[in-house]
Design a protein around this ligand. Structure first.
Ligand code: 6SG
Length: 210
Protein backbone atom coordinates (compact mmCIF):
# COMPACT_ATOMS: atom_id res chain seq x y z
CA UNK A 1 0.00 0.00 0.00
CA UNK A 2 1.26 3.45 -0.80
CA UNK A 3 1.83 5.61 2.25
CA UNK A 4 0.83 8.84 0.50
CA UNK A 5 -2.55 10.10 -0.72
CA UNK A 6 -3.28 13.29 -2.64
CA UNK A 7 -6.81 14.66 -2.19
CA UNK A 8 -7.50 17.20 -4.91
CA UNK A 9 -9.62 18.18 -7.90
CA UNK A 10 -8.93 16.62 -11.27
CA UNK A 11 -6.35 19.25 -12.17
CA UNK A 12 -2.58 19.62 -12.21
CA UNK A 13 -3.02 22.95 -10.40
CA UNK A 14 -1.15 23.13 -7.13
CA UNK A 15 -0.43 19.43 -6.95
CA UNK A 16 1.61 18.68 -10.03
CA UNK A 17 4.89 19.70 -8.32
CA UNK A 18 4.03 17.25 -5.50
CA UNK A 19 3.31 14.52 -8.05
CA UNK A 20 6.55 15.31 -9.90
CA UNK A 21 8.52 15.04 -6.68
CA UNK A 22 6.94 11.71 -5.74
CA UNK A 23 7.37 10.28 -9.24
CA UNK A 24 10.99 11.42 -9.49
CA UNK A 25 11.83 9.79 -6.14
CA UNK A 26 10.14 6.56 -7.23
CA UNK A 27 7.49 6.90 -4.52
CA UNK A 28 3.95 5.59 -4.92
CA UNK A 29 0.85 7.57 -4.06
CA UNK A 30 -2.90 7.31 -4.26
CA UNK A 31 -5.19 9.91 -5.78
CA UNK A 32 -8.51 10.76 -4.17
CA UNK A 33 -10.10 12.86 -6.88
CA UNK A 34 -12.73 15.29 -5.61
CA UNK A 35 -15.39 16.28 -8.12
CA UNK A 36 -16.84 19.77 -8.19
CA UNK A 37 -20.21 18.26 -7.18
CA UNK A 38 -18.72 16.60 -4.11
CA UNK A 39 -16.85 19.78 -3.21
CA UNK A 40 -19.95 21.97 -3.41
CA UNK A 41 -21.73 19.65 -0.96
CA UNK A 42 -19.36 21.24 1.55
CA UNK A 43 -18.41 18.38 3.91
CA UNK A 44 -14.80 18.19 2.67
CA UNK A 45 -14.51 21.98 2.73
CA UNK A 46 -15.58 22.00 6.38
CA UNK A 47 -12.93 19.42 7.27
CA UNK A 48 -10.12 21.23 5.46
CA UNK A 49 -8.01 23.42 7.75
CA UNK A 50 -8.36 26.47 5.46
CA UNK A 51 -11.45 25.28 3.59
CA UNK A 52 -9.38 24.39 0.54
CA UNK A 53 -7.65 21.57 -1.28
CA UNK A 54 -5.15 20.00 -1.83
CA UNK A 55 -5.08 17.76 1.19
CA UNK A 56 -2.32 15.23 1.70
CA UNK A 57 -2.14 12.09 3.79
CA UNK A 58 1.11 10.53 4.99
CA UNK A 59 -0.24 7.31 6.51
CA UNK A 60 -2.67 8.72 9.10
CA UNK A 61 -1.07 12.17 9.23
CA UNK A 62 -3.29 14.63 7.36
CA UNK A 63 -2.16 18.06 6.17
CA UNK A 64 -3.08 20.92 3.82
CA UNK A 65 -1.34 23.77 1.95
CA UNK A 66 0.55 22.80 -1.19
CA UNK A 67 3.84 24.45 -0.22
CA UNK A 68 3.78 22.83 3.23
CA UNK A 69 3.21 19.47 1.51
CA UNK A 70 6.28 20.10 -0.68
CA UNK A 71 8.33 20.98 2.41
CA UNK A 72 7.10 17.91 4.29
CA UNK A 73 8.27 15.68 1.44
CA UNK A 74 11.44 17.73 1.07
CA UNK A 75 12.36 17.03 4.70
CA UNK A 76 11.51 13.36 4.50
CA UNK A 77 13.26 12.59 1.24
CA UNK A 78 16.42 14.70 1.26
CA UNK A 79 15.13 17.46 -1.03
CA UNK A 80 15.78 20.42 1.27
CA UNK A 81 19.52 21.14 0.90
CA UNK A 82 22.40 20.19 3.19
CA UNK A 83 23.01 23.23 5.40
CA UNK A 84 20.81 25.83 7.12
CA UNK A 85 21.86 28.31 4.42
CA UNK A 86 20.79 25.92 1.65
CA UNK A 87 17.50 25.25 3.50
CA UNK A 88 16.85 28.98 3.57
CA UNK A 89 17.80 29.59 -0.06
CA UNK A 90 15.43 26.78 -1.07
CA UNK A 91 12.66 28.41 1.01
CA UNK A 92 13.47 31.77 -0.55
CA UNK A 93 13.26 30.41 -4.09
CA UNK A 94 10.08 28.50 -3.35
CA UNK A 95 8.52 31.71 -2.05
CA UNK A 96 9.56 33.40 -5.30
CA UNK A 97 7.86 30.59 -7.25
CA UNK A 98 4.73 31.07 -5.12
CA UNK A 99 4.69 34.82 -5.90
CA UNK A 100 4.76 34.10 -9.63
CA UNK A 101 2.24 31.26 -9.29
CA UNK A 102 -0.23 33.64 -7.64
CA UNK A 103 0.14 36.08 -10.55
CA UNK A 104 -0.36 33.23 -13.01
CA UNK A 105 -3.46 31.96 -11.15
CA UNK A 106 -4.93 35.46 -11.01
CA UNK A 107 -4.56 35.65 -14.79
CA UNK A 108 -6.06 32.19 -15.33
CA UNK A 109 -9.01 32.49 -12.96
CA UNK A 110 -9.75 36.22 -12.96
CA UNK A 111 -8.47 38.02 -16.03
CA UNK A 112 -7.55 35.62 -18.82
CA UNK A 113 -9.14 37.26 -21.86
CA UNK A 114 -8.33 40.85 -20.93
CA UNK A 115 -4.99 40.22 -19.25
CA UNK A 116 -3.22 37.57 -21.29
CA UNK A 117 -1.35 39.82 -23.74
CA UNK A 118 -0.06 42.17 -21.05
CA UNK A 119 0.90 39.21 -18.84
CA UNK A 120 2.99 37.67 -21.63
CA UNK A 121 4.60 41.02 -22.43
CA UNK A 122 5.60 41.44 -18.80
CA UNK A 123 6.72 37.84 -18.30
CA UNK A 124 10.44 38.35 -19.12
CA UNK A 125 10.68 40.79 -16.22
CA UNK A 126 9.50 37.98 -13.91
CA UNK A 127 11.54 35.15 -15.41
CA UNK A 128 14.72 37.22 -15.45
CA UNK A 129 15.02 36.84 -11.66
CA UNK A 130 15.16 33.07 -11.92
CA UNK A 131 17.64 33.16 -14.82
CA UNK A 132 19.87 35.48 -12.81
CA UNK A 133 19.69 33.31 -9.70
CA UNK A 134 20.63 30.21 -11.70
CA UNK A 135 23.62 32.06 -13.18
CA UNK A 136 24.99 32.45 -9.65
CA UNK A 137 24.92 28.72 -8.89
CA UNK A 138 28.55 27.63 -8.82
CA UNK A 139 27.59 24.10 -9.85
CA UNK A 140 26.36 25.31 -13.23
CA UNK A 141 22.70 26.01 -12.66
CA UNK A 142 21.37 22.48 -13.02
CA UNK A 143 19.45 23.04 -9.78
CA UNK A 144 18.33 26.21 -8.03
CA UNK A 145 20.45 25.56 -4.95
CA UNK A 146 23.63 23.52 -4.58
CA UNK A 147 24.18 20.44 -6.70
CA UNK A 148 21.13 18.42 -5.71
CA UNK A 149 17.47 18.65 -6.60
CA UNK A 150 15.10 20.22 -4.06
CA UNK A 151 11.34 20.59 -3.72
CA UNK A 152 11.64 24.14 -5.08
CA UNK A 153 12.99 22.76 -8.36
CA UNK A 154 9.88 20.66 -8.94
CA UNK A 155 7.74 23.68 -8.13
CA UNK A 156 9.63 26.00 -10.49
CA UNK A 157 9.84 23.50 -13.34
CA UNK A 158 6.09 22.85 -13.09
CA UNK A 159 5.33 26.57 -13.16
CA UNK A 160 7.68 27.13 -16.12
CA UNK A 161 5.97 24.30 -18.00
CA UNK A 162 2.60 26.01 -17.35
CA UNK A 163 4.07 29.21 -18.79
CA UNK A 164 5.40 27.37 -21.84
CA UNK A 165 1.80 26.31 -22.54
CA UNK A 166 0.65 29.91 -22.12
CA UNK A 167 3.46 31.27 -24.29
CA UNK A 168 5.60 28.67 -26.06
CA UNK A 169 8.51 31.10 -26.66
CA UNK A 170 8.69 32.49 -23.14
CA UNK A 171 12.02 30.83 -22.33
CA UNK A 172 13.69 31.55 -25.67
CA UNK A 173 15.64 34.52 -24.29
CA UNK A 174 16.69 32.62 -21.16
CA UNK A 175 19.38 30.05 -21.98
CA UNK A 176 19.93 28.87 -18.40
CA UNK A 177 16.24 28.42 -17.64
CA UNK A 178 15.79 26.56 -20.93
CA UNK A 179 18.67 24.22 -20.12
CA UNK A 180 17.41 23.84 -16.54
CA UNK A 181 13.90 22.78 -17.61
CA UNK A 182 15.20 20.29 -20.15
CA UNK A 183 17.76 18.79 -17.78
CA UNK A 184 15.25 18.33 -14.93
CA UNK A 185 12.48 17.00 -17.15
CA UNK A 186 14.86 14.45 -18.66
CA UNK A 187 15.49 12.75 -15.32
CA UNK A 188 14.30 9.23 -16.15
CA UNK A 189 11.49 8.85 -13.57
CA UNK A 190 10.26 12.36 -14.19
CA UNK A 191 10.31 11.92 -17.94
CA UNK A 192 8.24 8.74 -17.56
CA UNK A 193 5.73 10.57 -15.36
CA UNK A 194 5.50 13.61 -17.65
CA UNK A 195 4.82 11.41 -20.66
CA UNK A 196 2.19 9.31 -18.83
CA UNK A 197 -1.50 9.62 -19.69
CA UNK A 198 -2.20 10.35 -16.02
CA UNK A 199 -0.20 13.57 -16.33
CA UNK A 200 -1.00 14.50 -19.91
CA UNK A 201 -4.76 14.02 -19.59
CA UNK A 202 -5.07 15.96 -16.34
CA UNK A 203 -6.19 19.53 -17.07
CA UNK A 204 -3.70 22.21 -16.03
CA UNK A 205 -6.34 24.41 -14.41
CA UNK A 206 -9.92 24.01 -13.19
CA UNK A 207 -11.58 26.34 -15.69
CA UNK A 208 -10.17 24.99 -18.95
CA UNK A 209 -7.86 27.99 -19.46
CA UNK A 210 -4.15 27.49 -19.88
C1 6SG B 1 -8.10 25.84 -5.67
O1 6SG B 1 -6.45 27.81 -3.80
O2 6SG B 1 -7.91 23.73 -8.79
N1 6SG B 1 -7.20 25.64 -3.48
C2 6SG B 1 -8.25 25.67 -4.33
N2 6SG B 1 -10.66 25.84 -4.31
C3 6SG B 1 -11.96 25.53 -3.84
O3 6SG B 1 -13.58 26.25 -2.30
N3 6SG B 1 -2.69 28.21 -0.34
C4 6SG B 1 -3.43 27.04 -0.77
C5 6SG B 1 -2.46 25.96 -1.18
O4 6SG B 1 -1.37 26.29 -1.64
C6 6SG B 1 -4.33 27.39 -1.92
C7 6SG B 1 -5.32 26.33 -2.19
C8 6SG B 1 -6.11 26.51 -3.47
O5 6SG B 1 -2.74 24.76 -1.00
S1 6SG B 1 -6.61 25.37 -6.48
C9 6SG B 1 -9.55 25.36 -3.72
O6 6SG B 1 -9.60 24.67 -2.71
C10 6SG B 1 -12.43 26.47 -2.76
O7 6SG B 1 -11.71 27.39 -2.37
C11 6SG B 1 -7.01 25.80 -8.12
C12 6SG B 1 -8.09 24.90 -8.65
N4 6SG B 1 -9.23 25.46 -8.93
C13 6SG B 1 -10.34 24.65 -9.52
C14 6SG B 1 -11.44 24.49 -8.54
C15 6SG B 1 -12.12 23.29 -8.23
C16 6SG B 1 -13.27 23.59 -7.40
C17 6SG B 1 -13.26 24.98 -7.19
C18 6SG B 1 -12.12 25.51 -7.88
C19 6SG B 1 -13.14 23.99 -11.25
C20 6SG B 1 -13.55 25.32 -11.09
C21 6SG B 1 -14.71 25.31 -10.51
C22 6SG B 1 -15.02 24.00 -10.30
C23 6SG B 1 -14.10 23.18 -10.74
FE1 6SG B 1 -13.34 24.42 -9.21
Amino acid sequence: MSEYTIIYFNVRGRCEPVRMLLADKGLKWKEEVVSFETWTQGDLKKEAVFGQLPGFKDKDFMMYQSNAILRHLGRKHGLYGRTPEENSLIDMMNDGVEDLRLKYLTLIYKNYEDGKDAYITNLPSELRYFEHFLSGNKYGGTFLVGNEISFADYNLVDLLRCHLVLSSECLAEFPLLSKYVSSITSRPNLQTFLSSDAHKNRPINGNGKQ
